[in-house]
Ligand binder design. Structure first.
Ligand SMILES: [Zn+2]
Length: 341
């Protein structure tokens, strides 16, 4: 094994994440110990977000940063997903790229920022990015069976692992009932395709369908302003390729596609943890991912347990069936928390 690579089951640095992975102990209870998320809570807003100016439209749950002129990142830092939705303004209309966890409504936050008509588009349809979709009448979506299955929402039992006391910095937000919480169903008002240009008036966004993390993973390129919104294909934390709908062949093609755009981009805007990081990271991820796929590194997989690979400073969380190229049953979609049987 290469010295730069460590493989383990249930890596302690990822305890918080593994709550949602449902990483199981022998007794079948969620794997939770004294977590690193508590440490992350102590260090909020985190190194990258601390460099940004916090907007005064922020509130006790949503932290809003203006990350580029007319682009607002709406961060939910106090739940361990540290989910980020990005509101991108043109002169005539706006796109909300993801709608967050849905524990509290996001639309009032959006309305504090802009009065423009807003269309939602999701970086992918895992539960932590579609929580507020039902609050909007204009929702653009990738035309896939997986996406359509996810439109029916996620019942409580599919998201409850993310609602344990350990999943929050200071407990759930006031006004959210975590004992009954579920993701509301939503509808697409229009389907979009790879390569489509969204014209917001004075700003254009190119839709990039980049499957891998999920079949419907999508990125957005604002070429003129040097912004690449990467969703969960890249964000500034451990990269998840764990769930039954993840596909490593697709991911490899997608990360290379995005890496090829990187030299013309100034900032990467992912969907977790850091609202904005400098471009330059995608080539690193691509190279590390190629090492992961080389087959030189194998872990002793437990059934369904995540495998963590740390390669040259990039961390991937995957699972043996994904490494083996298996595809789980996604006829019911995937919440992002559904594990291998
Ligand atoms: Zn995510």
């Amino acid at each position: 094994m290469d010295e730069s690579v460590q493989i383990s089951n249930c890596h302690p640095a990822l305890l918080a994440l593994l709550i949602i992975a449902g990483c199981q102990t022998q007794t079948g209870t969620p794997y939770v110990t004294e977590g690193t998320f508590a440490e992350i809570c102590e260090s909020l807003p985190g190194e990258e977000n601390a460099k940004l100016r916090l907007s005064d439209v922020s509130d006790d749950w949503f932290q809003v940063y203006e990350v580029s002129e007319g682009v607002y990142s709406i961060v939910e830092p106090y739940q361990f997903q540290e989910t980020i939705s990005h509101l991108i303004l043109g002169e005539q209309r706006a796109v909300l790229f993801d709608t967050g966890l849905g524990l509290l409504p996001i639309r009032p936050v959006v309305e504090r920022i802009t009065s423009l008509p807003v269309s939602v588009l999701n970086s992918h349809t895992h539960y932590d990015h579609v929580g507020g979709n039902a609050e909007f009448s204009s929702v653009l979506a990738i035309d896939s069976e997986y996406t359509k299955a996810n439109m029916s929402g996620f019942e409580h039992s599919r998201v409850e692992y993310d609602l344990t006391p350990e999943a929050f910095c200071n407990g759930p937000p006031e006004g959210a009932d975590v004992s009954t919480f579920y993701t509301k169903p939503w509808k697409a008002s229009r389907y979009i395709e790879d390569g489509e240009i969204l014209n917001l008036g004075g700003r254009t966004l190119e839709v990039l369908h980049v499957p891998g993390h999920t079949p419907d993973a999508t990125a957005l390129l604002d070429a003129e302003n040097g912004l690449l919104f990467t969703g969960d294909t890249f964000y500034d934390a451990e990269l998840w390729l764990f769930v039954p709908e993840s596909n490593l062949d697709d991911y490899g093609r997608s990360i290379s596609r995005l890496a090829n755009l990187e030299s013309n981009v100034k900032y990467l805007l992912g969907a977790h943890r850091s609202a904005r990081v400098d471009a330059g990271r995608l080539r690193q991820v691509e190279a590390a991912f190629q090492k992961l796929r080389s087959g030189r590194f194998t872990g002793d997989a437990g059934s369904g347990d995540p495998l963590i690979f740390r390669i040259d400073g990039v961390e991937f969380v995957t699972a043996q069936p994904v490494l083996d190229g298996k595809q789980g049953d996604i006829s019911n979609g995937g919440s992002g928390l559904d594990t291998w049987p």
